[in-house]
Design a protein around this ligand. Structure first.
Ligand code: TXA
Ligand code: MG
Length: 329
């Protein structure tokens, strides 16, 4: 049940109503929590410079305190307030912002420890969604926002998923419809001599490599130290997920007699009770998390997901699928 205090407002995606944005921005400035759409997934936002407000995010999500948050900005210039911005970071911002790219930079002392998890670095991003942009501008502060799901669950790509997961613990939900990318932003570390991929996401690595030198993919063990978020089982549906790769089911083949829900681009390899087919890898990414939640509601007992190729958004899709399947990457 949703607490009566939670307000859910439908907002015009391309032209959000100013009075709704003003109320949500006031809530942010007052230390409250506002869930809002970005082009990737819905975020659970709070004033990123207010330690007390940020702590409410961790409580609402049930998120471990050692997993740092992304600060969201409405312009690249505003980042200087919280981080030391180097030339390479500037080039990346000029090339890809607003968009699904998060940069990890050395943090300034104004950033609360609850945001950085005491790492000395801060993750920053400028989302392209008009509702997110309007909210950040009106709030006049950087907005700390993880995905608006309960910790460990698939990220929400529509307002109903936010309501289902954390509806009781958020003050306002801005419902701007379904999100475009469907997977979270790409996170890269630009603090060191080489650029390191911490999380594959909505911005393909190939596009980054058009403007900077190679993006290093680090082995998972090292990544776990650098990006605490990758330490936990993530994006997981409540039902087991098996991966279908080139005619072989990875892990257990025991799907006989079970209600199977299939997701992928190609037709399922065997008869299934439920299926959701996507035309392109981009559509697959956009619909993945909602498909998990839909199958849960339909009483599916096993999900079989087609293993995509690693090009473009495929790298992020692979990452989310293997984590959801409980694989160690
Ligand atoms: O698309 C997105 O990035 C969404 C929307 C709402 O912007 N946000 C999102 O936030 O996915 P979250 O908290 O669910 O994931 C942030 C990831 C985590 O893996 C976290 O560990 C990593 O970024 N991260 C945040 N700050 C970091 C830092 N200072 N150093 C290394 N990794 C960091
Ligand atoms: Mg998340």
């Amino acid at each position: 049940m949703t607490a009566l205090k939670t307000k859910v407002y439908k907002v015009e995606c391309w032209n959000p109503e100013p009075h709704i944005i003003a109320e949500a921005a006031y809530a942010i400035r007052s230390g409250k929590l506002v869930a809002f759409p970005t082009e990737t997934v819905y975020g659970l936002g709070a004033n990123g410079l207010d330690d007390g407000a940020v702590r409410k995010i961790f409580a609402a999500k049930g998120r471990p305190g050692d997993n740092p948050l992304i600060l969201h900005f409405a312009s690249p210039e505003d980042v200087e307030q919280v981080a030391y911005v180097n030339e390479r970071a500037k080039l990346l911002m000029d090339s890809f912002w607003p968009g699904p790219l998060t940069l990890v930079l050395p943090a300034k002392s104004v950033v609360p420890n609850s945001v950085t998890a005491g790492l000395g670095t801060v993750a920053v991003r400028m989302p392209s969604h008009p509702v997110a942009m309007a909210l950040i501008k009106a709030a006049g502060v950087p907005i700390a926002a993880p995905s608006a799901n309960r910790s460990g669950r698939p990220s929400p790509t529509e307002a109903a998923s936010v309501l289902a997961d954390i509806g009781d613990d958020v003050d306002i939900i801005l419902d701007g419809g379904a999100t475009d990318v469907g997977l979270e932003s790409t996170v890269i570390d630009v603090t060191g001599p080489s650029v390191v991929l911490l999380r594959a996401g909505g911005m393909p690595v190939e596009r980054l490599e058009e403007v900077i030198e190679e993006v290093k993919l680090v082995p998972d063990e090292a990544k776990k130290k650098r990006s605490p978020g990758t330490r936990y089982r993530h994006y997981a549906p409540l039902i087991p997920l098996l991966l279908w790769e080139n005619g072989v089911l990875r892990h257990s083949p025991f799907v006989m007699g079970k209600r199977v829900g299939y997701i992928g681009i190609n037709e399922p390899p065997f008869p299934v009770e439920e299926k959701i087919l996507f035309k392109t890898p981009e559509n697959y990414a956009q619909g993945l998390f909602l498909a998990f939640r839909t199958f849960e509601k339909k009483g599916v007992e096993v999900i079989v997901a087609e293993w995509p190729n690693s090009k473009g958004i495929g790298l992020a899709l692979r990452d989310r699928l293997s984590r959801a399947a409980g694989e160690e990457l």
